[in-house]
Design a protein around this ligand. Sequence first.
Ligand code: ACM
Ligand code: ZN
Length: 521
Amino acid sequence: MIPYPSKVELKKSKFTLNSKTRISFSPDLMHVADYLKDLIRSSTGFNLANNLEANKKNTISLVLHDTSEILNSEGYKLSINTDNIIIESRTHKGIFYGIQTLRQLFPIEIESREVIEELIWTVPCMSVVDTPRFKWRGLMFDVGRHFHDVETIKRTIDLLALLKMNIFHWHLTEDQGWRIEIKKYPKLIETGSKREDTKIGGWASKKFRGEPHKGHYTQEQIKDIVEYASERFITVIPEIEIPGHSSAAIASYPDLSCESKEINVPTKFGIFNDLFCPGKETTFEFLENVLEEIISLFPADIIHIGGDEAPKKKWKQCKDCQRRMKDEGLKTVHELQHYTTSRIGKFLASKGKRLMGWNEILTETLDRNFIAQWWMRGKRNVKKHINEGGEVVFSNFFRVYLDYNYIVTPLKKTYFYEPNLKNIKPEQDRQILGIEAPIWTEWVPDRDRLDWQLFPRLAAVSEIGWTIKSNKNYKNFRKRLIDFSRRLDYLGVKYADLKEVDPNPLKRIWNLRRVFKWPEI
Ligand code: ACM
Ligand code: ZN
């Protein structure tokens, strides 16, 4: 089982699923019951009939109720007996997680999308009482550097559900591509979702793919994905980068930048100097109109506005930015970013949404209702944010950036990551929302590469987020991964070979010498 549950009590004997097995559930739970029925039908061929009464013989019962054993709203209790299976929780989400655990206890063939005849579908009898360690268990997916289609996004969401992860942070805008249809600004797609070419072969390379790249999601596709995720109890948090990583928007509407100069959507990667110009009122008008459409598409109460890697060279030379600074009494361009973040934050708050951003947004006086996502540097600001009541999601660059290869970031290094800072008081623990692993896609052009980068490390990330510290055990995790990988085989996931995910230390050090040149990965 991955992520490993809080408490497992193995018993003797087995439950056997057969064509006569029934399912019982309160009418409210139709949707999760259907999910379980579909899972069972596609591999076993059994069409589980409904049973009106719970806890009968040869029945899987999904029961919603308050039980003192299950304290957390995401927790559940799974009891597998010779005669029946019972999943109990306070919430639909908890029942869904109980189903995911049950799924992993069936023979791996349960993952098959074709009916497998002549297999005896047994599950070992046991009692599982389970609850997650952190409430935020996320993956961030960059679709700006390389577009990934709807099917790939849905498949990724399915894999998150299998791992009991609950946040899909969708990085939708980048220098190299704007990926979401905004009705009011059609050029964001006409111009901003396309580029002439793409750098390949890693940071040190001079090679290009030699073909254009494009892609975007229509608002209908976005709604469909948000709904798909919500059926799997996954919240989709959109990210619209402000003020940096915005070259594609500026290529579409040059007036959004300080110089109003025409630029192309970049074909190389890195950090660019073209930022949104916060000196002009028209920039805020654009951003608010975009965010208005974003808010109408994403029901989550959090909107991510990026805020990372924004070199402010052009703000220093821009007469509009300088006038804004004078009018607002801002002494530095950093204060101008603070002004921008705060103003967008107020706009979002007026729509009932909370702002989230990378840790570069943090300043001495930032609204502590904003959520910070820590990735690198700036720990002092993160600490202050927590001390003043702010909440933080942890995404340590050296441990959970899944776009690096296994020489840079071995599986074991990811597994043992603890989302925390030194000297956090116990009463501040609940401000540590949890863990999020980013997958940036500069060098991830397709699904096979995505699979290799994500797996098996995403399984380790799920255990960081879910499993209590005293139950974390690397040797045991590696053992469980063998079975889990066979499940992934059924799901068509092309994960990295377990033999290569923990390279020997000497080989690692030798290769790390080249990291500064960003070796071909
Ligand atoms: C980041 O990796 N620039 C958040
Ligand atoms: Zn400006």
